[in-house]
Design a protein around this ligand. Structure first.
Ligand code: ADP
Ligand code: MG
Length: 468
């Protein structure tokens, strides 16, 4: 099985990359639909997961069918380089559907050693693992209008951690636009320029978990003490702290300590500080002390550059018009941009065919569709009334004519399904009804779908239109 996978992989990446990353792998076990492979180090595992997870997935699915699993065994070595008599086993995230938001750091979370970066807090000279991913660096963080400010502020901080007015340095912006990448890049750069500095990257989620654990185990002081040892603290996705008063409180103290002592704090968030909710005011005001730099959606040129960079990295050639097509059609998320091009690379070789515009269209369509757009209640009303050839006023009116009532109920049903609005909001926007009416509408639709074929078809048609 593995040999066949290798053949497939070999066809799809540069020879050098293949030699470096795939030749050293040993297949060790196959049970059911799970293949175990042994890799020389944890770094190896992370690299494979980082760069080749999709390729591995395609190769493996081809051999073992849907649901195929890949598991890694890692040869462990202790600090002296001696082989330890056991291996560590880690899962690949390749069998999980790669959801945009999850690609971030599943490896760290699943990795027992990395989970807890502090070993024995309180003891001097504890070795703090920085948790940095060196694949996220400045060299492969392409610059564009959308990230120029953020990037150059990041550079400045990397040159003089704690020594600029950008403290804290906060990046904010939408999903998949490069916040995590840039945060790592700064850490990696600092480690290179100032190896004596203690850097720690941690997601706000893991930070919260550690804190909660420390409270349970009565080691809160150790927790705080540990964080006070750090020179450069990078906390990713601080929006996660919202509503978590205890964690915010402890973070507030850590932050103050670090800041007063000239240490650098780097934060990322999906929102600007002014828009953050359920975060204490005193913490928000700290966030605003330094620099908040937005990372925006990349412009077309940057998107093309990012795609070309991936092709170059993987040693794949692709016609210019394909690259342009992908860049034109995927605009809002770099992770999806990457996903689409990698999927194209994989599919083209999978089917052993040239990448045609036709194939590119299929792939892009899939990616664009997967992006959940928030559909508005207004839009739903419009689609539903168009479908039944009513106008929106009639839909919202008080008339009890059967077909209008049905259309109205369908609008409510889809508003509930497709938006995050409350029943009350939905009711008030669809002809000033109350929440009970909406609830009733949803039940009626459910019933009718189960009993009335014609009605079921309506629902499916409208569903399709709304999902386009
Ligand atoms: P976020 O944390 O904002 O959700 P990430 O940092 O995880 O986004 O970025 C998503 C993906 O896009 C990553 O694979 C990252 O390497 C890539 N990426 C983002 N910005 C850039 C850029 N400017 N140049 C190259 N790759 C980028
Ligand atoms: Mg991120």
């Amino acid at each position: 099985v593995w040999d066949n996978c290798l053949l497939f992989i070999k066809d799809n990446i540069q020879e050098q990359a293949y030699k470096t990353w795939f030749e050293p792998i040993k297949a060790v076990e196959l049970s059911d639909n799970a293949l175990y492979i042994q890799v020389p180090s944890k770094f190896f595992y992370e690299w494979l997961e980082e760069h080749y997870v999709k390729l591995l997935k395609v190769a493996l699915t081809k051999e073992l069918g849907q649901g195929a699993k890949l598991l890694y065994k890692i040869k462990m070595e202790n600090k002296l380089g001696n082989k330890l008599p056991f291996t560590e086993q880690l899962p690949s995230n390749n069998h999980a559907a790669v959801k945009p938001q999850e690609v971030d750091a599943p490896i760290q979370n699943k990795n027992p050693e990395l989970k807890n970066p502090f070993v024995i807090p309180g003891i001097r000279n504890v070795k703090i693992e920085s948790q940095l991913n060196s694949n996220y660096n400045f060299d492969n963080f392409l610059e564009g209008e959308s990230n120029r400010l953020a990037r150059s502020a990041g550079m400045a901080v990397a040159n003089k951690p704690g020594g600029t007015s950008f403290n804290p340095l906060l990046f904010f912006g939408g999903v998949g636009l490069g916040k995590t990448h840039l945060a790592h890049a700064i850490g990696v750069e600092i480690k290179e320029k100032h190896p004596e500095k203690t850097v720690l990257y941690i997601s706000a989620e893991v930070f919260t978990q550690q804190y909660t654990d420390s409270v349970k185990k009565n080691t809160r002081n150790d927790f705080i003490h540990f964080y006070q040892l750090i020179d450069v603290l990078i906390i990713d996705d601080v929006q996660f702290l919202s509503g978590k008063a205890g964690t915010q409180d402890v973070f507030f103290h850590i932050f103050n300590y670090l800041h007063q002592n000239g240490k650098q704090v780097i934060l990322t968030s999906d929102k600007a500080p002014v828009d953050m909710q359920d975060i204490e005011q005193r913490l928000l005001s700290r966030f605003k002390w330094g620099l908040s730099a937005e990372i925006q959606q990349p412009d077309y040129e940057t998107r093309v550059a990012i795609l070309k960079n991936i092709l170059f990295r993987d040693g794949v050639e692709m016609p210019e018009e394909i690259v342009e097509y992908v860049a034109k059609n995927i605009k809002t998320n770099i992770r999806e941009l990457e996903g689409a091009i990698i999927s194209l690379i994989a599919q083209s070789s999978f089917n052993r065919r040239e990448v045609t515009l036709e194939l590119a269209k299929q792939v892009v369509e899939k990616f664009v569709k997967n992006v959940k757009r928030e559909v508005s209640i207004d839009y739903i009303q419009k689609v539903v009334s168009d479908y039944f050839q009513l106008d929106m006023e009639t839909l919202q009116s008080k008339t009890r004519k059967r077909d209008v009532v049905q259309a109205r109920q369908l609008a409510m049903f889809f508003a509930k399904k497709f938006t995050k609005s409350s029943l009350a909001t939905i009711g008030s926007q669809i002809g000033d009804r109350d929440h009970a009416t909406v609830l009733h509408a949803c039940k009626t639709v459910d019933n009718l779908v189960a009993t009335d074929k014609q009605f079921k078809k309506y629902v499916e048609d409208i569903h399709k239109k709304l999902s386009l």
